[in-house]
Ligand binder design. Sequence first.
Ligand SMILES: Cc1ncc(COP(=O)(O)O)c(C=O)c1O
Length: 453
Amino acid sequence: MRLPLYKNVTVEEIRLISRSARLRRLENADFNPFMLHSKDIAIDLLTDSGTGALSKPQRSAKEKGDNTYCGSTSWRNLELAARRVLGFPYVIPVAQGRVAEHVADFVMIKKGSIVPGNAHFDTTKANIEVMGGIPVDCTISEAYATEPLFPFKGNIDLEKLEMILKKNSRRIPYVLTTVTCNQVGGQPVSMENIKETSGLCKKYGVRFFLDIARFAENAYFIKKREKGFSRRGIAGIAKEMLSHAEGAMMSAKKDALNQTGGLILLRDEDLYLKLQPYGVLFSGGIQYGAMSGEAMETLAVGLGEGVQDRYVEQRISQAEYLGKLFRNIKVPFLEPIGGHGIFVNAGVWLPHIPWDHFPGHALNCALYLSDAIRAVEVGSLLENRDPKTRQNRRAHWELLRLAIPHRLYDERHLDYVAEAFQRLSTKRSSICGVEFIYETYPMRHFTSKFKLV
Ligand SMILES: Cc1ncc(COP(=O)(O)O)c(C=O)c1O
């Protein structure tokens, strides 16, 4: 048996409320699990974003939090750590990843701009669209195929990208590669693909950006799956990945192991000077974004802890563990296993639910009702409507993402999750789809209301 990487220093009790209470909670939440209260949830796999446990060094760093409005020591510590770990000279602090996107898009996107990339994350896509831009998905076709073994399903299709660059380079403010690519199952992007995308962008005079919410996990997969990296450390591989980009947008709530925060990272001083005032306007001062001194201190430490080989290996091994349990009980999920969790193929597991009755969301409600577990739909509900035609966009898959928070759960929690799926397995055909009774725009999955159909 592998020695666990952590012992528990602070603990929080898990309580299981009764099935009838869960049904009432779900009804009160209008069948939208985003609306549930944390005390009513036993295992929360909604997201790995800001939900992890802090380490002792992070907790003690909090004590150093300096909340001076300008020129705080905490900002200085964070800026130095970001430069050291991520390798960009210019750093703009913001509230979180979507604010980094909004600040960058506000400056760079005009009506009709095109932003090619591998499958854009939901906030990324919405931020581009509200500025009048058009996100274009250039992910390789293997990403959407069910045969499992392609190792870098997050890669960009370089031929497709070049065609778009050739025709439209003036309309493209930047190309965006998301590492790992959340929307196709947390799948990684190879170093070769990052390098070649960067080369194409240079050839056509277009900026190349990375979305680095889960950059350490991506570096881990490069180490494990790409030739020539097996002896390298994750920190070095991550820095090499980033060295190919002119800029990056970061949610600090995932691989940087923080509870909040985000960064915009740049090499170009002119662009930095253009973006900086909008960082102030939309997020907060140039030396805190919207982060408290305490949050900047924990982030400075988290950036370093998040790229430690032992840690990233342990993290990915949890997703692999859950995947193995699911294989044993024949729950279909996307393979190979991505970085931050398991993406159950609800469309395949619940074939009686039509795509526009959102099988992933229906499974989420059923899972909560049966065992007080919460996850999140990644499918046609998340895809939203086409901004022009207002038609529902159909996703490639109807998934339920079980995201594993950083350092929060151990294998026993994952055993409980697999057992819940096993119990549900025999009752699958009785799970109902859902329909809107109230639909919001944008980001409808967070705030809409549903009924069972
Ligand atoms: C790939 C990716 N980019 C951007 C974001 C947005 O970051 P935040 O939640 O910090 O706003 C997320 C959040 O989950 C993400 O997964």
